[in-house]
Structures are given as C-alpha cells and as structure tokens.
Ligand binder design. Structure first.
Ligand code: IVH
Length: 688
C-alpha cells in the first residue's frame, strides 16, 4: 500500500463528511439548502465510494450511515415505531436493471417481478399516526429514528382527514406520505413574499418544508400545503394486504389522498417505460417530482428483502435529470432596450439544465441584484423548470472567492453615457438618452422592421447595427431612402440580396394603421393595444390629437399607457419622424368612406347627411351596434370609438355614459336613435 496517499484520502473523507453534515443541516434543519440536490447526491456518492475503498476510515457515525438529520429544537421529539428509512437512488437505466436483477436473485424469481411505480414527490416526508380513526400524532422523518412532533401543523394541512373514513379502521394505524406545495401555489407565495420584501423560497420543496416546520401554526395555516400518501407504517390488527397496491387502495378508500399516477409495471422494462412516460410529462403535473419510485409489489417479498442500514432493498428511486445546477458568473452585463429599459444580465459558464444549455440569465433589476447579492466570480444555482426562462435562484455564499466585489449598478448608460433615471419606486432603470442612445436607436429600428410591425424581410439585427453605426440610418424614415448601391456596399451584402431588401422596404410602405402604431414602439403599446387604438381612432391624426382623458376611455387602456401615448406623440422629434415616414409613402387603407356603399345607394350619395362624417355610437340602441355601424358605413360615415372635437355626430342610445357628456362639452351634435333613423330613412327614401 502506498502510505503517502493514505493521509490525503483520510483528509478528503473528513472534509467530505464535514461538507455533507453542513449541507444536511441546511436542508433538513434550516429548510434552506445552499446547493442543488444533485450536487449533494454526488458529494454523498463520492464519500460512500471512498469509504468503501478505504474501510479502515469508515465509521458508524459517518453521514453515509444516517438518514436526514436530528430533529431541531423547538418541536417535541417523536420516536418512530418503525424507522423511516430513505430510498436508494438510481441515475441510469443500468442501475435500474441491476436493482431488478438483485431483487429477482434474492426472492428467487425467474419471472418478471411486479413493481408499483409511483411519482417521487419533491416535498417533506411525514408520518401520520391514527388511533381509533383519529389523528393522534404527526411527525417529520428527522433522522429516521426520531422526528419532530408537527401534530398541530398537520391538523391544519389535513383538515377533515384528521378522521379516517370507513368501518374497518384498525385501532392503531400509521400512514406515510409527502407534504408538498403545488407549483402555482409556490409561485403565488413567492410573489407575495417578493411584494412584502420577504425572503423568497428557492423551490416548491423548500417552501413546503419551510411552511410545515413552523413553530407558529398560524403561518402554516396561511400556506397552501397538500399531502400525497404513499405507504402504510405500523398497523395493528389483521389488515392483511397482499400487495403494496392493495394497501394504497385501502389508504385511498380511507379518504386520504393517493396519487392517481401510480401503476403496476413488470420487470426492469416496465419500470423504464414508466420513467420515460413520467419524465416526458414532468412539466404537465401541477406538482414537482424529482424522479419516480419503484416498490416490489408483493408484500411477502418486501419482508423477505428487508432493509440495509439506510434504505429498503425492495424499493429504489430513479431520479430525473436535474432542474437545478451550479455554475459560475463570468460577468454581469447591462442591456439597453428600445425604450431605454436597463436590464442587468449574468453571463454564465454554460450549463445544461432542464433540457437546455444556459449561458445567460436575466437579473431583472437592481433590487434583484441586491436580493441575491450576486457578484462576478460567484458560484450560483441556476434553475430551469418547465419551459420557464432560466433563473438564478441563489448564490452559494460558502463558495465565494476572496477577491469578489459588490456589484455597483451603473449611474450612466454604458452605451451612450446618458444618466440612468429610475422609475417605479426606483426599481426600474432607464437610459435617459432617448434616440440619441445608439442602443435604443438600434433596438427601436429592429422593432420597427420586425415581422409584426412593418415586416421588412431580410432586415436583420446585424445590418441595422451596421447602418446605424455608419450613419446611413438615423431614424426609421431613413430606411425608405436606402438604395441598392448603399446596401450592396455593406459588408457581406451581395447585389441580389440588396435588391431583395430594397424591394422588401418598398413593399412595407403599404401596411395597416395597427401595424404602423405598433411599429412606432410607444412604450407598453403592444400589438393588441395597437389594434384597439387603430379600431377606435380609425385615423392617425385623431390618435395623435387624443388627450389622456380620451385615451383612458378606450377599452384596456389605463392611465400609464395613455400617458405614454400622449408623451410619445407630444415629442417634436417623434412628430417629425412620423411626418417624414408619411412623406416617404407609408400608407394604409383608410377606413373606406364610400366603397362599402352598394350600387343602389351610390346614385344619391350627395344628399346623404352622414357621408364623409365621423360618427361615434354610444349607449344601447334597439338595433345592434354592428347593424348601426354597417348602416352608417353604407351611408359613407366613418364610425370610430372615441369622441373628440373632430367628431361630427354622437348617436346616443339608452344608458349613455361619459361619451355623451363629452359630446356635450365639446358641442358635438347628439342624435338619439329616432333622429338617427330618421336621417338615415330620409337618405334611404331619396336613394331609392
Ligand atoms: S417510499 C422506505 N414513495 O423520498 C421507503 N418515498 O428519498 C420510504 N418520497 O423519504 C419512502 N415520493 O420523503 C416513497 N412515492 C414515494 C415517494 C417517496 C417521495 C420521498 C420520501 C422519502 C424520500 C427518499
């Protein structure tokens, strides 16, 4: 034996034990793990294999021989009648095949073994003891031998399930299960925590554990916790079940929740099939699973197989790929959006998590940076669950290198040096440079040409960057002055593609009012709002003239957006660019004044009182809005949704509101339904 290596291995073992103890404490006692579960599993696995290879250093009090952690002070202690053991973990198909082979060998079966396949709920294990049907004690797993007395809190979670249903209730009964928090409840809880400036939970498991292990039951009562039961513990009397499935069925019939995702499968093959099915649907379940569990179905065989020091030989957990991993922050960059919004972004050493490679994660705003206390060089936990964008959950403080410095949020825009101003309780930062800022200019042009806006095919980010940098394009109107010569002289642009681009620019001249409004990039005016505005005002001039009071009357537009719209059109620079764009031939089909008029009416259009008039409908008419609208359109009127001084008539039905009042104040003629129909009737008479 090489003596010089021994002390090194010894120190490695001691160091790993210390780390495992530390992380056990954070996970089980503080409900505040510092590293992802998977990192912990690997650390423990490493310690186990070192102890196996060097039995001279193995001791009975190594954390490899323990389950969980001792109960924490504060709760009373409960001794489990039968120990609450852990489960062995598998991370590969091979390990499942090995498990199945071991089981078959030990029970001496040549045929495929039946297993009960269950979700592995990611929560907190509890034991529930009932006497004569009543809950008398509930406990956490603790170190497997003794747990914490959480009876009071579990009564809150169990509600009416503190009394077992049915006739054949054993005098004494222990049910085991997992307390969890649904994903949607976790999101809502974290949002509430964020709003009230309290600590966020890293994931639903921590939220569930932290909510249940509360000394103040009022806190537990305020948290939405649930339980899934997955096994019987100690049961008195002659409740003879043949299979684990029978016992689950009995638990279900007693009124306690059992997952309906549980199946009986055959052999390793059946186990693997179940794993892939559950993994594929992982994100569709309302709760988090960190894998699946297989249990030998036959209870006699379970007894025959028995337990190792830590776990049953008749069950194993097959873990899903990690949704939380660790990586390092290489830089914190600032991105400037088209409206000047400043977003800090963490550049990460790329990691594979939740099915994708992640190399950037948004840090949202400076509050988030403060909350995380994230620094360049930090080790962080990145989480990606479902199709949610990856996020940094926490910084691993104990792994912070010595020389890190607190991140200082910039006071000036890193692109144009303009001052950064703060809005929304000083959380949202904006570059005050407006279109003077290169970044804002480029982003706003990219938005203007994008598919849902002016849809200029072939005008990508790179070319916009280049055109702006070279001074060819300063405002979006300049795009319409570009020619093939200029474009083909650009880096990497062949003449053919320059031709195509000019054609695409040209085609974009004819658009719709909604697209044009959206393309302008007014803060918080997305496609839907742009469509509503186009429909309501029908004419760009009307929209540009609208005041805030008029805008807030438009459905789904509140004071913030109307303020943004008024501010946008109030800026002389924006007015100039819009004017320039119209000069460049941007056009859209105007609300047709006469084209919808059918042939029979067209002869006497001259005499029609509504021809060319702008009309607003309000209140309830005896005919439908759509009918009134189409009658007016046929008569050559433009029907819009908002009253201004340019409105010619307001037609008011029953139960009118602010629009009629507005008409009165602006001295716009108000017509009631009878007057309206009379005017139309005259027209119809004269037109026939
Ligand atoms: S059976 C003796 N079934 O996983 C076997 N455990 O890593 C006892 N868990 O402590 C456990 N879902 O907290 C079992 N369907 C399931 C489970 C499950 C989640 C938890 C439980 C256990 C831990 C072991």
């Amino acid at each position: 034996m090489n003596h010089s290596t021994r002390p090194e291995v010894y120190h490695q073992i001691i160091s790993l034990r210390e780390q495992v103890e530390y992380h056990n404490h954070r996970y089980y006692i503080l409900d505040d793990p510092e590293i992802p579960d998977r990192d912990f599993d690997f650390m423990l696995g490493e310690l186990e294999s070192l102890e196996l290879a060097h039995p001279e250093y193995a001791t009975s009090n190594s954390p490899t021989n323990k389950v969980g952690a001792l109960p924490s002070r504060g709760f009373g202690t409960v001794i489990h009648a039968t120990p609450m053991k852990s489960l062995g973990n598998a991370f590969s198909e091979r390990e499942i095949q090995d498990f199945d082979r071991r089981v078959r060998e030990l029970v001496g079966s040549d045929n495929p073994v039946d297993y009960i396949a269950e979700p592995k709920f990611d929560g907190l294990a509890v034991s529930l003891c009932y006497e004569k049907g009543w809950l008398v004690q509930a406990a956490t797993r603790g170190d497997g031998t003794q747990g914490e007395n959480i009876t009071q809190n579990m009564r809150i979670v169990l509600k009416d399930m503190t009394l077992i249903q049915g006739n054949a209730v054993p005098a004494k009964l222990e049910v085991r299960g997992e307390v969890i928090m649904l994903r949607k409840d976790f999101d809502a809880l974290n949002e509430a925590q964020r709003q009230s400036g309290q600590k966020l939970f890293a994931n639903p498991r921590n939220a569930a554990a932290g909510s249940l292990r509360q000394l103040d039951p009022a806190i537990t009562a305020s948290r939405p916790l649930r339980i899934f039961c997955y096994a019987l513990g100690d049961v008195s009397g002659n409740h003879e079940f043949k299979t684990h499935a029978d016992s689950l069925e009995w638990i279900r019939s007693s009124g306690l929740p059992v997952s309906d995702q549980i199946e009986t499968v055959q052999g390793a093959e059946g186990c693997l099939g179940y794993y892939h099915k559950m993994l594929k649907n992982r994100d569709n379940y309302p709760f988090e699973m960190d894998g699946v569990v297989y249990k030998v179905a036959n209870l006699d065989w379970q007894e025959q197989l028995g337990f190792t020091a830590k776990a049953p030989r008749w069950a194993i957990a097959y873990k899903f790929p990690a949704q939380e991993v660790t990586t390092r922050v290489e830089a914190i960059d600032i991105q400037v959006g088209r409206t000047g919004a400043i977003t800090p972004v963490a550049r990460l050493i790329p990691v594979f998590v939740g099915g994708v490679t992640v190399s950037n994660a948004t840090l949202h705003n400076r509050n988030e940076i403060r909350r995380l206390d994230i620094r360049v060089g930090d080790s962080v936990i990145v989480r990606r669950a479902g199709d949610v964008i990856p996020e940094i959950v926490s910084v691993i403080q104990s792994r912070r290198p010595d020389n890190t410095v607190e991140y200082a949020f910039p006071e000036q825009c890193p692109v144009c040096n303009s001052r950064i101003v703060y809005q929304g309780e000083e959380v949202i930062a904006r570059c005050s440079g407006g279109l003077y800022c290169h970044a804002q200019k480029v982003q706003s042009i990219i938005h203007f040409v994008s598919r849902k806006a002016m849809d200029i095919d072939g005008m990508g980010k790179k070319i916009v960057e280049q055109l702006v940098s070279e001074g060819q394009v300063n405002t979006v109107a300049d795009l319409y002055r570009l020619d093939v010569g200029t474009l083909s002289s650009m880096e990497g642009k062949a003449e053919k593609s320059a031709n195509n681009l000019v054609e695409a620019i040209d085609n974009s001249r004819t658009t719709t009012l909604a697209r044009f409004i959206y393309a302008l990039g007014i803060p918080q005016v997305g496609e839907t709002t742009a469509e509503t505005l186009a429909e309501t005002f029908a004419d760009l001039d009307f929209l540009m003239d609208a005041g805030e009071a008029q805008l807030v009357e438009v459905p789904d537009i509140g004071p913030v957006v109307s303020g943004n719209i008024v501010a946008f059109f109030g800026q002389p620079h924006n007015q100039e660019v819009i004017h320039d764009l119209l000069e460049q031939g941007i056009n859209w089909p105007r609300e047709e004044l006469v084209s919808e008029t059918s042939g029979e009416f067209s002869t006497s259009m001259e005499s029609n009182p509504f021809r060319g008039k702008t009309v607003v409908l309000t209140g309830t008419l005896s005919i439908t809005r759509d009918q009134a609208k189409s009658m007016l359109k046929q008569a050559g009127a433009k029907v819009i949704g908002s009253v201004s001084k340019r409105t010619d008539y307001v037609i008011a039905g029953e139960q009118v509101g602010s629009k009629a009042a507005k008409a009165r104040s602006l001295e716009v003629p108000l017509l009631d339904e009878a007057q309206f129909l009379e005017m139309l009737g005259e027209h119809e008479l004269t037109s026939q």
